[in-house]
Design a protein around this ligand. Structure first.
Ligand code: PLP
Length: 264
């Protein structure tokens, strides 16, 4: 590529700058992409938690996407927090029409602080409408369980089984993130699907409480890197290495009194 790829995040705002579109735009820039953003919701939150969500009307989410695609050639899309079923359906409908080259879906459901970021009745819309549009989905262990309607995987064998089960529900590739297995010294993710087989990707577990926005950052970095890499495995590996660096640098930031952000 002679010019930077254009990456689009369809996600929500986090005023504390650690997660959501703020994290995505930083990860896009740091990974060589030009960043664009369509907002699904505003959140009121800091590093200690989310106090409120103000969702954008679905028709206006659709209008933002349509107006952007009418003018800008988007190379890769990352989908993050969708808030409710109406927004999830509007995003699916718009992407069915625009068919961007690469789509990464981070099925965001609940914040680390325990606040629901996707209403429960929207999970079916994500599973039925958005999974088939995604080239790669990046659930963590609880999110994979929610998508399948089962308990979160307890070990690596179960994680591989659930990643395979998600392929059967219509996803093309699944990166099942193992970071919630906090007793392991390594954070091991499982990548399965078309063109990748079953691959385990491990990274050293970084000892920091500043992990806010980890999932947003990883999926955005993958979307930024995929157009610059030959295949998904290479893009995911590079994004994971980028995230390890951002986690290692996180303690140099003094932002808020809770779970601080990773440092891009
Ligand atoms: N807020 C927004 C807008 C998000 O998109 C996300 C995750 O995707 C979060 C908060 C949750 O971030 P964390 O669980 O890292 O605190």
């Amino acid at each position: 590529m002679t010019h930077p790829p254009v990456a689009l995040t369809i996600a929500a705002s986090d005023p504390s700058g650690g997660a959501g579109i703020q994290a995505d735009l930083k990860a896009f820039s740091a990974n060589g992409a030009y960043g664009t953003a369509v907002l699904t919701a505003l959140t009121a939150q800091n590093t200690q938690g989310v106090t409120g969500i103000h969702a954008v009307p679905p028709a206006f989410v659709r209008e933002q996407i349509d107006t952007l695609f009418a003018d800008v050639e988007v190379d890769a899309v990352k989908i993050g927090m969708l808030a409710d079923a109406g927004i999830a359906a509007a995003v699916a409908e718009a992407l069915e029409r625009h068919r961007p080259r690469y789509v990464v879906l981070d099925p965001v459901m609940v914040s680390t602080s325990g606040h629901r970021l996707l209403e429960a009745d929207a999970v079916a819309v994500v599973r039925e409408r958005l999974l088939p549009l995604a080239d790669l989905i990046t659930p963590n262990l609880p999110e994979a369980g929610d998508l399948l309607g089962v308990a979160a995987a307890q070990d690596r064998g179960e994680a591989v089984e659930q990643a395979r089960a998600l392929l059967e529900t219509g996803a093309r590739r699944v990166l099942l993130k193992g970071g919630h297995h906090t007793h392991d010294a390594e954070s091991v993710d499982v990548l399965v699907g078309e063109g990748t087989g079953v691959v385990e990707l491990s990274a050293p577990r970084v000892d920091t409480r500043n992990t806010h926005g980890t999932g947003c950052t990883l999926s955005a970095a993958i979307a930024a890197l995929r157009p610059q890499c030959d295949d998904w495995h290479t893009a995911v590996r590079a994004a994971k290495d980028y995230l390890t660096g951002a986690l290692r640098a996180a303690d140099t930031l003094r932002v808020g009194r809770g779970n601080g952000p990773v440092h891009h």
